[in-house]
Design a protein around this ligand. Sequence first.
Ligand code: NAD
Length: 437
Amino acid sequence: MREWERKIKDKRVKVGILGLGYVGLPLVREFCSGGFKVIGFDIDEKKVKILNSGRSIIKHIPDKQIKRIVKNRQFEATTNMARLKKVDAIIVCVPTPLTVNREPDMQFIIKSSKTISKNIRTGQLIVFESTTYPGTTRELVRPILEKSGLKAGKDFHLAYSPEREDPGNKNFTTRTIPKVVGGLTKKCRDTACELYNTVIEKLVPVSSLETAEATKIVENVYRCINIAMVNELKMVFDKMGIDVWEVINAAKTKPFGFNAFYPGPGLGGHCIPIDPFYLTWKARQYGMPTRFIELAGEINANMPSYVISKTMEALNKHKKSLNGSKVLVLGLAYKKDIDDLRESPSIELIELLKEKGALVDYNDPYIRRTHKQRQHDLKMVSKKLTAKALSGYDVVLISTDHSSYDYDWIVENSQLVVDTRNATSKVRKGRAKILKA
Ligand SMILES: NC(=O)c1ccc[n+]([C@@H]2O[C@H](COP(=O)([O-])OP(=O)(O)OC[C@H]3O[C@@H](n4cnc5c(N)ncnc54)[C@H](O)[C@@H]3O)[C@@H](O)[C@H]2O)c1
């Protein structure tokens, strides 16, 4: 048995997770429950402090889980990157957003690679999990790591394994979602698989780094395009007086050949609105267009404007203009039952409503106040939901269909409801007040 395998078997491998966010933290939890010691690295001092005090930073990871692993000294967070030398494996989960010009913003990948390069030692396993275009690990990360003087595939192992985290999904966890793994060499891949094998139920080894990188992008392109299709059909069917949600629910009774996707107020989250454009950017280097992605992006990006025009239509029927109307946006998170507002269409809806002169409030049980984001700073606080407050708004706009909302009660107490999620489908009383958008 190789020393690495022996160390894994005896749980002596020390795991370093670089980037303690929505992806990094669930991984920390998995490796800790697998019996490993984990050091979490992040540049955010506040986050590190919170974690070390035994509190969580993500709604769906309870404080008690963090408290337990901190207390029994299995986990510790740090901003001291020199300690990267102390771990046997470094798993990188840093952000990969788009720039304002909608091109890959590689600053976090580059900075974290430089940090690792300064602290790397022989024998370590380095795995990148951040979503990115095919070629990143070989063409961008590897040269930076090799500036250390060590050679990838010889002195250290280099692999890529995309994260498929789905925050808030109760049916799957990091452990039960099959994990795709590609390596610079077969040995790099196998070394990564040996480690992941201890905490992930099913691994899917693939032949190269690029295949693993492309797999993740394909998954998100698939969702982006299918959502765009139903968003377009929503507008077409609306003109024909057909309810697209009813159509989709009927279509999905076909036991094969159809996967249901649902329309909404626009795309949100860290992945689907962003990742496909990583491929578009890379494809340009090969002189290849990505027309499906561009078209889907165009349709999805137009959704908030469509919702605003439907809201105006709804108010118009009540002889009101959007300018000066009081609007309550229900749900700020980018999807239901989570506390993440990154790229949330609700933000754009609020900005568009304000631009048109509406007086806008929001309510979200998971987001008490908005925080500054890269491109937005709403500076708003969630309003309390009471029957009196609801009835004071000219229109209530359902943007995120959190399960905790009582939709019967909301419709009963509102003057007018614009529903972008079909959240009110089961409401019986007051249907005349509802307009789907
Ligand atoms: N959130 C999801 O549901 C999800 C799902 C699948 C894949 N992904 C991908 O995983 C990656 C991470 O996403 P996330 O949602 O966890 O992001 P996040 O913003 O929640 O967390 C990233 C963390 O990395 C830290 N960080 C940034 N630069 C750093 C550096 N140089 N060194 C150390 N730490 C640094 C940040 O402070 C932050 O805490 C992205 O590529 C994303 O596309 C995310």
